[in-house]
Design a protein around this ligand. Structure first.
Ligand code: 13P
Length: 246
């Protein structure tokens, strides 16, 4: 399967800093062996649409509403994202689950809302350190994925899945390739049980991925790409990770 390297800028950037980063990325990423996208804060999507037009880099958002339109102050719908050329949207990132109390069910409905608009949801799952230490990793990620399977059964093969252990996010503590592979194998088995098209679903790893550890992580059998936070904010670092996926 073609590898995918997606950047998640989180709540970082400015028009000026984005312009420099996007120029460098647009020049450094060629269409080919690996699919590359950046997930930017909503106010910058118009900038991405303008700068990345004709480039090999896909546009991603970081969240969307589960609703289609109406009295939902502050929310952004999938149809709105589509108008800015958005092809991917993160759903269920651990920072949304943790700071915005997003439940498994809401995440599943957000994935459904994205699919209904022709946007690929990048469904994030992952355990906290306490859950890992309590031996609950497998149960937690299986439960998070099960909610998405239940709501999106017939379109499941259109999603991208990302395993992001919460304890590895922004901490510099990467899961070892073996730790990550073990969870990816669990998720792959769950997908295979849910759909005959499971082979089409990429499962990305995220959590302190950088230019030094990317190659080994990406060489694991069930790791189909990376979801990169901090290292996606520096063009040179992100491009080195992209190079590891080619
Ligand atoms: P870091 O790469 O900064 O650990 O962030 C990972 C992440 O949360 C990507 O969505």
């Amino acid at each position: 399967m073609k590898k995918r390297i997606f950047g998640n800028w989180k709540m970082n950037g400015s028009l000026a800093s984005n312009a420099a980063l996007l120029d460098a990325l647009a020049q450094g990423v060629q269409a080919g062996a690996c699919d590359v996208a950046v997930c930017a804060p909503a106010p910058y999507l118009a900038q991405l649409q303008a700068v990345l037009a004709g480039s090999a880099i896909g546009i991603g958002a970081q969240d969307l509403s589960a609703h289609t339109e109406g009295a939902y102050t502050g929310e952004v719908s999938g149809a709105m994202l589509r108008e800015f050329g958005v092809r991917y949207v993160l759903v269920g990132h651990s920072e949304r689950r943790q700071y915005h109390a997003e439940s498994d069910e809401l995440v599943a409905r957000k994935a459904q809302a994205a699919l209904a608009c022709g946007i690929t949801p990048v469904v994030c799952v992952g355990e906290t350190l306490a859950q890992r230490e309590a031996g609950e990793t497998e149960a937690v990620v299986r439960r998070q994925l099960a909610a998405v399977v239940q709501v999106n059964g017939h379109c499941l093969s259109e999603i991208v899945l990302a395993y992001e252990p919460v304890w590895a996010i922004g901490t510099g503590k990467t899961a070892t390739p073996a730790q990550a592979q073990a969870v990816h194998a669990v998720l792959r088995a769950q997908l295979l049980a849910a759909t005959t098209a499971a082979g089409r679903i990429p499962v990305l790893y995220g959590g302190s991925m950088n230019a030094s550890n990317a190659s080994e992580l990406l060489s694991q059998m069930d790791i189909d790409g990376g979801l990169v936070g901090g290292a996606s904010l520096k063009a040179a670092d992100f491009l080195r990770i992209v190079a590891c996926a080619q």
